[in-house]
Design a protein around this ligand. Structure first.
Ligand SMILES: [Zn+2]
Length: 427
């Protein structure tokens, strides 16, 4: 039988969270109003940094240096610059000898594009609350989680409690494409005994995540005026064959024995063609066609192994076409080369989180496994136990993304309960 066990200190922290709830919503709306897509993260990062400064944390901001972190297993190759794109750390140093465990609360502030915006019923960057749901791009994934973790720490500070170990708040970029933001902070020495990432997984802790790759395929044709199109080789038509081959690949990998954490999942490994570009005129045969693909893979496999498997699969499909046999597709990998990652159920971090959840809500915590990737893997590369645990919402990466506001308050409380138990209170 589960029951709530709240100390007087925790009760005070919960009261403070209730008292600051309007401020918490205001902060969440403010950070969602920043359109922090790839390359545009500076505004929201500076806002968060000043807020953390205002809380009395020691803050640091710096731009990731890809050369410095390229040797990590979880590094993602990029072609773009990091100028003017800082990651942020805010540290609350313990006052005296360490008596608990140190903690990182980490969240990403990068969002995917809200296009096509005309499909939204509410403006993506001007949050509106309707029936307890707050709408906006990044609302669910994961600015509400970022808000909850910051306000959990803020409430503990304002109640006047002293923690027995350091707490850090990290806000990072490129969770949606490389994971390099998380790596940059860890590489710079911002490490701890454990980490929680409040990704919006409905107050469940995340056990496993799949591996993810990004791939670019360039198909060359031989361009011509359309009247000679029968003599030309149209790269769009050729690309379609390769896209079809990828659909067969997806069916093939999902027909293999499943990782135990996905045993009940009907389709854990998604292969998605997310971009395709070719041509600029209906009456021309274009000279090339490129498409970009996201490939999910079993957490037990290595990214390099899957890269060669997909490459071989496409090259074999190319053999079946007389043109592609002569002019094979150019295949390259960039962005995510992310291995899968799994968190042990009996780890102290998970047990402490389970207890905090249960003491806050009177119900046992559940877990889930994700068919995408998160920054959890970067922490695991640094041997830091980490999992995701955050609010509920829907329509991530889609129109009308929202978070259920009640769950933001809930998670603020259970994260606060977790902090007190993990870091311990200095009396
Ligand atoms: Zn996310």
């Amino acid at each position: 039988m589960s029951q709530k066990q709240q100390t007087a200190e925790l009760e005070k922290v919960f009261e403070m969270i209730d008292q600051q709830w309007e401020d918490e919503i205001t902060f969440l709306k403010e950070i969602v109003s920043h359109k922090s897509t790839l390359g545009n993260e500076a505004g929201v990062q500076h806002h968060i940094k000043s807020f953390l400064d205002g809380m009395g944390l020691n803050t640091t901001a710096f731009e990731p240096d890809p050369e410095k972190i390229s040797h990590y297993r979880n590094f993602g190759k990029t072609k773009w610059s990091y100028d003017g794109r800082p990651v942020i750390a805010g540290e609350w140093k313990t006052d005296g000898e360490k008596i608990g465990k140190s903690l990182i609360l980490q969240g990403h502030i990068d969002v995917v594009s809200a296009e096509p915006e005309e499909l939204w019923d509410y403006p993506p960057y001007d949050p509106i609350e309707v029936d307890g749901k707050l709408y906006g791009r990044g609302m669910c994934d994961m600015k509400s989680g970022v808000t909850a973790m910051i306000f959990a720490v803020k409430a503990i500070k304002e109640v006047g409690l002293n923690l027995g170990a350091d707490v850090q708040i990290h806000t990072v970029l490129e969770e949606e494409c490389t994971g390099n933001g998380a790596l940059a902070l860890l590489d710079r020495g911002f490490v701890a005994d454990g980490a929680i990432i409040p990704e919006p997984f409905g107050l469940k802790w995340m056990k496993s995540q799949v591996g993810v790759l990004w791939m670019k395929v360039k198909v060359n044709g031989s361009g011509a005026h359309v009247e000679r199109a029968d003599k030309a080789q149209n790269p769009i038509n050729k690309a379609v064959r390769l896209v079809q081959a990828l659909e067969n690949y997806q069916a093939h990998v999902n027909a293999q024995p499943k990782h135990p954490d996905y045993a009940d999942h009907p389709h854990p490994l998604n292969v998605n063609v997310g971009m395709i570009h070719s041509g600029d005129w209906p009456s021309n045969v274009p000279s090339e066609c490129t498409f970009d693909v996201r490939i999910g893979f079993d957490p037990r496999r290595e990214p390099e192994e899957v890269q060669s498997e997909v490459r071989d699969w496409l090259m074999e499909a190319a053999q079946e076409d007389s043109w592609l046999r002569e002019v094979p597709p150019e295949i390259s990998f960039y962005g995510f080369a992310a291995p899968g990652s799994t968190m042990a159920e009996d780890s102290e971090l998970v047990r402490t989180l389970a207890a905090a959840h249960e003491n806050t809500f009177g119900e046992p915590i559940e877990h889930m496994s994700m068919t995408g990737t998160t920054d959890m893997r970067a922490f695991h590369e640094f041997n830091i136990p980490a999992t995701c645990y955050g609010p509920s919402g829907a329509n991530m990466h889609a129109p009308n993304e929202y978070v259920e506001l009640d769950t933001v308050r809930d998670v603020t409380k259970s994260i606060a309960a977790f902090i007190l138990d993990w870091c311990k209170e200095r009396k």
